[in-house]
Design a protein around this ligand. Structure first.
Ligand code: ATP
Length: 235
């Protein structure tokens, strides 16, 4: 569904991605793992058109994506949940969700119907639908950010560290949501520091170090590798 081929990204003199190739099959969860500054968020930004690539190609559903301006990427079926959630704090939960449907040219009835689906998936958002988004907890704001992205009806969802700063209970809830979305045929690229979460939900994992893919494989292959044991699972 999505293919990054030898992609490089520069920020001025700094090269953040160095010839990275990643394959994301339809209805699968692909996790990107790596230390700080490895280039994970840059990879998501390259997919969503928020930064331009300096070499390589990005393909989505059989078409070149890397020459698409970021405001058109959503209408192609890709939505990103940014690191740090960035909900509209002064707006209600319901209005935040409706903002996600902004680019859709559909009837109000269809969009309100989709709101009900989001409330099924996130009962807590239904409970708080008229409350101000800024008063939600971190975990609830993450649910809202995911729900808002789903309101764009994407076929590919980009999740940037959804469990950052969340309690184990909320992390488990995010894990449940990712499984549920996958069961509903969503394709997901998940950036994570939490290897246990990635091993638990991903179909395949890519490990990045200083802008390069240093390892890739299925969770059971990676969890047995010396590298992952030593760098991520020791202790
Ligand atoms: P983290 O886990 O800390 O979020 P990451 O793997 O997502 O890290 P990136 O945010 O992609 O890493 O950053 C990769 C490199 O690019 C880092 O050295 C970072 O400082 C640099 N970088 C990221 N964004 C910019 C920018 N807008 N301008 C200049 N340099 C940047």
């Amino acid at each position: 569904m999505l293919s990054l081929r030898d992609v490089s990204v520069h920020y001025g003199q700094l090269q953040a991605l160095r010839g990275v190739s990643v394959e994301v099959p339809q209805s699968r969860v692909v996790a990107l793992l790596g230390a700080n500054a490895a280039g994970k968020s840059t990879m998501l930004k390259a997919i969503s058109g928020l930064c331009r690539i300096s070499a390589g190609e990005i393909w989505f559903e059989g078409k070149r994506l890397d020459d698409t301006p970021c405001h058109e990427v959503v209408s192609k079926g890709i939505a990103q949940v940014p690191e740090g959630r960035r909900v509209f704090a002064d707006m209600s939960v319901r209005d935040n969700l409706l903002m996600g449907a902004f680019s859709r040219n559909e009837s109000e009835a269809t969009i309100v119907g989709d709101l009900d689906e989001i409330f099924d998936l996130f009962p807590i958002l239904k409970e708080r639908r008229n409350g101000q988004a800024g008063f939600l907890s971190g975990g609830e704001q993450e649910m809202l950010a995911i729900g808002r992205a789903l309101m764009a009806r994407p076929r590919l969802l980009l999740l940037d560290e959804p469990c950052q700063g969340l309690s184990p209970m909320m992390t488990a809830e995010v894990e449940r949501i990712i499984r549920e979305m996958r069961a509903r045929d969503m394709t997901i690229v998940l950036v994570e520091h939490n290897i246990k979460l990635a091993l638990g939900v991903a179909d395949s994992i890519y490990i990045l170090e200083t802008g390069r893919v240093v390892m890739q494989g299925k969770p059971d292959e990676l969890s047995e590798s010396d590298y992952v044991q030593r760098v991520y699972l020791a202790g």
